[in-house]
Every structure is written in structure tokens, then in C-alpha cells.
Design a protein around this ligand. Structure first.
Ligand code: GRG
Length: 302
């Protein structure tokens, strides 16, 4: 039977959302504003790309994706925190996210900051408690804790965000920023968490060194594809972006599309998509979902 990507994505999305729903319920406290605010953003939809990648990478190695589910959800919690904080008035000052008003618009800035802080911190609690409960041994748990905290922190996502802010302050609208500079910023700001989603899933699936190296490359390529396509969509407007388009230009962001233009950006995204698919060549049928996800990311319109 031919592989049905929509079916695959929806099936995984349901598992992830059910698990997130139970992870984000605090049985010891009634539903207060903080919990409401956390659940508002974390359960507001979204593509669930990062957790799906973690599960698909686990399957590509022949592992059971259920074992990767708790850590996949923890990564989605980190991603959701980054969105809440990125939307704050002192950052991107966005009013719309995942098709609904941003967290601070609904709950106020102080609660939105706390919701983000809680999601980030609780993610590590989930990794340790739920990871152990799903049968991941202590050595591997320590290893993925190291990987994920590095990808999310000042050597990964936060560093990318800091570079982005610096570029804005120093250079203004796209002037004086090289494509290499933008790629470096993207590879940290968005790419690091996407890449670690893939490698975490692969490690839980039991990847050997060479499999891990190939999948790390795959993760790196699709991380860039994702961001370049996102930049293009911000210029041309996606059909259902769930956020305002044209934001990057308004906020004088240095973007791939802003520097290279839409056409060259699309070409670069296609080239990187081919490289991502190439990195999967030794994995056979088990990596079909990863391959189809790469092709989807390269051609997505929202
Ligand atoms: C911690 C303040 C702070 C920032 C970290 C990653 C990041 C930097 C901020 C996230 C905001 C952002 C717009 C990043 C660019 C990448 C991007 C388009 C993220 C949105 O990810 P999707 O499209 O979102 O996967 P969904 O809603 O589908 O999960």
C-alpha cells in the first residue's frame, strides 16, 4: 500500500496531543490561571513537527515510537515555550499564533512569561520521570538530557534568538547580513531543536554511530529547509499560517527570503530537501515517513 503522509501525520498528532493533554494536567491543583494559560498554548494545535520527527526517527531505526512519545512531547513543550516568549511585546510582539490570540494577549504578559517558564522547566521533569517510566535507561536519559538542554539553551535555540536580535539592532533591515550569517542564525534558532528531535528519536530507537550521523545530517538539512520555506511564506503569505504574514519585513528581520529573494530561496530549499532525502538512503522502507516529511517541508504552503 502506498504511504499516506496525511494519515501518518494525523495519527501521530493524535497520540502526541492525547499525551500532552495528560502531561499538562496537574492533579494536585485545580485549573488555575497558570495551568489554563499553559494548556491554552500547548493544546492550541500546531503541526507537531518536532515530536512527529522524533517518533519517525525512532521508527526509521526499527524502534517502537511509543517509547519516544514522552520525550517527543517534552520537546514540543520546549517549542511551545519558545513560541510564547517569542510572541511577547519585548520580542516579536505578535498578536496571533496557531490561529488564535497569543498567550500574553489573553492572559497578560506576566502569566505568559510564567507559562513559558513552566513549560520549559516541566519539559525536563517529563524527560526524567516519563522517560524512565517508558523504559529508557539512565545512561541514555542523561545523554538525551544533555542533547536537548544544549539544543534549547545558550549554545542552541537561545543563541540563535540572540544572534537574531543582534542582527536586528546592528544591521537593521537585511543590510550587511550575509546569507551564511542568516543560515547560522537559523540553524541555531530553529534548526537545533528540529535536529535534536530527530537524533533523540534515533537514539531511543537504538541507532548506531553511523546511523546517528546520517540522521543528524537529515535533521540539519530539514531544519534549514523549514526556516527558509517559513521565510518565503512570510513574504508570499501562506494559505493558513496561523499568524500574521509580512511580520519579518515589518520587524526588520534578516531573513533568507529578504536577502536572497523568493526564487533563490526556493531553489536553496529544494537543494537542501534533496540532501535531506539523500541522507536517508541507507535506511530503506523504515525511513519513508522521514523522507515524505522532508518533501512535505520543502513544498509546504502554510
Ligand atoms: C525563547 C524567546 C525565545 C525564542 C527562541 C525558536 C524561537 C527562538 C522562537 C520561536 C518563534 C519563531 C517564529 C521561530 C521561527 C521558527 C518558526 C517558524 C517556528 C514556528 O514553528 P512551527 O511552524 O509552529 O513548527 P507550530 O505552531 O506548527 O508548532
Amino acid at each position: 500500500m502506498p504511504f499516506d503522509l496525511d494519515y501518518y501525520l494525523n495519527d501521530k498528532k493524535k497520540l502526541i496531543e492525547d499525551k500532552l493533554n495528560s502531561l499538562l494536567r496537574n492533579p494536585d491543583a485545580p485549573l488555575g490561571t497558570l495551568e489554563e494559560s499553559i494548556r491554552y498554548s500547548a493544546l492550541a494545535g500546531g503541526k507537531r513537527l518536532r515530536p512527529i520527527l522524533a517518533m519517525a526517527a525512532c521508527e526509521a531505526i526499527g524502534g517502537n515510537a511509543d517509547k519516544a512519545l514522552p520525550l517527543a512531547c517534552a520537546i514540543e513543550m520546549i517549542h511551545t515555550y519558545s513560541l510564547i516568549h517569542d510572541d511577547l511585546p519585548s520580542m516579536d510582539d505578535d498578536a496571533l499564533r496557531r490561529g488564535v490570540p497569543t498567550n500574553h494577549i489573553v492572559f497578560g504578559e506576566a502569566t505568559a512569561i510564567l507559562a513559558g517558564d513552566a513549560l520549559l522547566t516541566d519539559a525536563f521533569h517529563v524527560i526524567v520521570t516519563e522517560g524512565a517510566a517508558s523504559g529508557i535507561g539512565p545512561a541514555l536519559l542523561c545523554e538525551v538530557l544533555r542533547d536537548i538542554s544544549r539544543a534549547a539553551g545558550s549554545r542552541g535555540m537561545i543563541r540563535g534568538q540572540a544572534i537574531d536580535l543582534q542582527i536586528e539592532t546592528l544591521a537593521g533591515e537585511n543590510s550587511g547580513v550575509s546569507l551564511r550569517g542568516v543560515e547560522l542564525m537559523h540553524s541555531l534558532k530553529t534548526g537545533a531543536l528540529i535536529q535534536v528531535s530527530v537524533t533523540t528519536g534515533a537514539k531511543i530507537g537504538g541507532a548506531d554511530k553511523s546511523q546517528l550521523a546520517q540522521l543528524a545530517l537529515y535533521g540539519r538539512f530539514i531544519g534549514l529547509v523549514f526556516q527558509i520555506v517559513d521565510d518565503v511564506l512570510d513574504v508570499v503569505g501562506g494559505s493558513d499560517m496561523g499568524k500574521e504574514s509580512g511580520n519579518d519585513a515589518r520587524n526588520e528581520k534578516a531573513t533568507y527570503a529578504g536577502i536572497a529573494g523568493v526564487e533563490d530561496s526556493r531553489n536553496r530549499a529544494s537543494e537542501l530537501t534533496r540532501s535531506a532525502v539523500g541522507a536517508l538512503q541507507d535506511f530503506g522502507e523504515a525511513a519513508v515517513p522521514l523522507k515524505e516529511i522532508a518533501l512535505y517541508l520543502g513544498g509546504r504552503e502554510s
